[in-house]
Design a protein around this ligand. Structure first.
Ligand code: UTP
Length: 473
């Protein structure tokens, strides 16, 4: 008799022998695949997760000692204009010194949008239909040129979309970026388990694995060698943003400056919530630590609570834009000291004991995910700064309605119209600032009101403001 593969023994000993229930019947390729997937799983971690999160319905979130988080107000809302100016100068100096890299998390499954293909390839701009990745690439090219230091760009993909993402960049000539500065790496995966903690299979030779959440980015940055590369390039600040938000300022000097001047290990942008029930995470302080409490965990009476002036008390909404100190990521990404996992009960297609695929109509198991904002409580000197939503946030999440391709397109149009008007160019808009015509401004032409005014002033002859206007260098 041959000795079983050590992984089979380890899984058997951990009570997870069902993972190899069909092993004997698999061919060499199927066996190799299953062993490779099994090799990714940290059985001890999974056992711990099942013990702490897997029982009951996830438990209630500790809200003890919770108060709204302070944040740096924009000067127009009463913030200290001189401090913002100092922040901007410091951020620009950091960019000129090459201390900053960009980081996009693009490993999500984008189920709500329902678009086939990596979300970053989704056509998003209002006239040219340029994809999300191109918008970021052009913003980074513009920033590299402006500060005299081309930026490194890290892109986290998933197992599902990694090759398609790389291929897309290749086909598009990396959108004019120096390809040696664009780095793709895959995020980790976590197995789904049933309610008794048993790992589910999606096929006889395949474990039900899914991406480990955007918080998995911290361990993936560590594991992939990205942090070492940053260190060797003298980069100590990583600018984190999501793949679905074309409005984001990929590297924002003011934000970087606040982060650097405060010696912060992790900083975040907030927007005042648009209405009490808005579904965003809330920046709060709990027992001296900055935390983000999700809308689903913050009781509605707190979400609706107002201060004596009538303003929402829990007003600071998270828009998933952060800055990280490199060594803080290393610390948070290391085994044992990392982020907590969250439990999500899901309908997970999986095979039964007879090897038949069952598609459940109600949740039959648990997925585990990490959230990047859970790093905040561990960060030294975290800073939250206010930003204008219209300058930083309009994600494409849903196929229709809020945060959809339509709302995002309109927000881009409003921004371009605002820039034109600020430069003294008349553009007809409705009461919400939405122009009557479609137009587009390439990030290579301008990235904000100020750079727009400069580029516009240089432009001769001036184009006619008409349907389909595209301003690019
Ligand atoms: P979302 O929470 O919007 O999830 O991700 P999603 O998977 O993209 O979309 P749905 O929920 O299936 O519709 C926010 C950001 O975090 C990234 C996404 O790519 C997006 O940029 N993300 C999310 C990852 O990189 N990995 C993950 O495991 C989850």
């Amino acid at each position: 008799m041959t000795t079983p593969h050590p992984l089979l023994t380890a899984f058997e000993n951990a009570g997870q022998g069902q993972v190899f229930a069909f092993f004997e019947r698999l061919g060499p390729a199927g066996r190799a695949k299953l062993l490779e997937e099994a090799g990714e799983i940290d059985l001890e971690e999974l056992e711990r997760l099942h013990r702490t999160l897997g029982t009951g319905k996830g438990g209630s979130v500790d809200l003890g000692g919770l108060v709204p988080a302070p944040y740096e107000l924009l000067p127009e809302n009463g913030g200290d204009a001189a401090a913002w100016a100092r922040a901007r100068a410091a951020g620009e100096a950091a960019l000129r010194a090459g201390r900053v890299a960009a980081f996009t998390v693009a490993g999500g499954q984008g189920t709500r949008l329902g678009y086939a293909g990596p979300k970053g390839t989704f056509p998003v701009t209002p006239v040219s239909g340029h994809p999300l990745f191109q918008v970021f690439a052009e913003k980074l090219r513009a920033a590299g040129a402006r500060f005299g230091r081309p930026l490194h760009w890290f892109i986290m993909t998933s197992h599902q979309n990694h090759s398609a993402t790389e291929q897309f960049f290749s086909e598009k000539g990396f959108f004019g970026l120096d390809r040696s500065r664009v780095h793709f790496f895959r995020q980790g995966r976590m197995p789904a388990v049933d309610f008794s903690g048993k790992i589910l299979l999606e096929a006889p030779d395949a474990i039900a694995l899914s991406p480990d959440g955007h918080g998995g980015s911290l361990r993936a940055l560590s594991r992939s060698g990205a942090l070492d590369l940053m260190a060797s390039e003298g980069i100590d600040i990583l600018s984190y943003f999501q793949v679905d938000n074309p409005l984001v300022r990929c590297v924002d000097p003011q934000f970087i400056g606040w982060h650097a001047l405060r010696g912060s290990q992790m900083s975040s942008k907030m927007v005042p919530k648009a209405y009490a029930e808005e579904r965003v995470g809330h920046f709060c302080v709990q027992r001296g630590h900055l935390v983000v409490v999700e809308y689903s965990d913050l009781p509605m009476e707190l979400q609706r609570e107002r201060d004596p002036s009538g303003r929402l008390r829990y007003i600071a909404g998270s828009i998933a834009i952060h800055l990280f100190d490199r060594e803080f990521i290393r610390q948070m990404g290391s085994r044992g000291s990392g982020l907590p996992f969250h439990r999500a009960d899901k309908k997970i297609p999986s095979i039964d004991a007879a090897g038949r695929l069952v598609k459940p109509d109600k949740p039959n198991g648990i997925k585990f995910e990490q959230f990047v904002f859970d790093a905040l409580p561990s960060a030294r000197n975290p800073v939250v700064i206010e930003t204008r939503r219209s300058d930083d946030f309009s994600p494409v999440k849903n196929a229709e309605g809020n945060d959809s391709p339509k709302s995002c397109r309109e927000d881009q149009l409003r921004q371009f119209a605002r820039w034109l008007r600020a430069a003294g160019v008349p553009v007809g808009t409705d009461a919400t600032g939405l122009p009557a015509i479609s137009l587009e401004v390439s990030p290579l032409f301008a990235c904000d009101e100020e750079s727009f005014a400069e580029s516009w002033a240089r432009l001769t002859p001036k184009p006619r403001i008409a349907e389909g206007l595209c301003l690019a260098p």
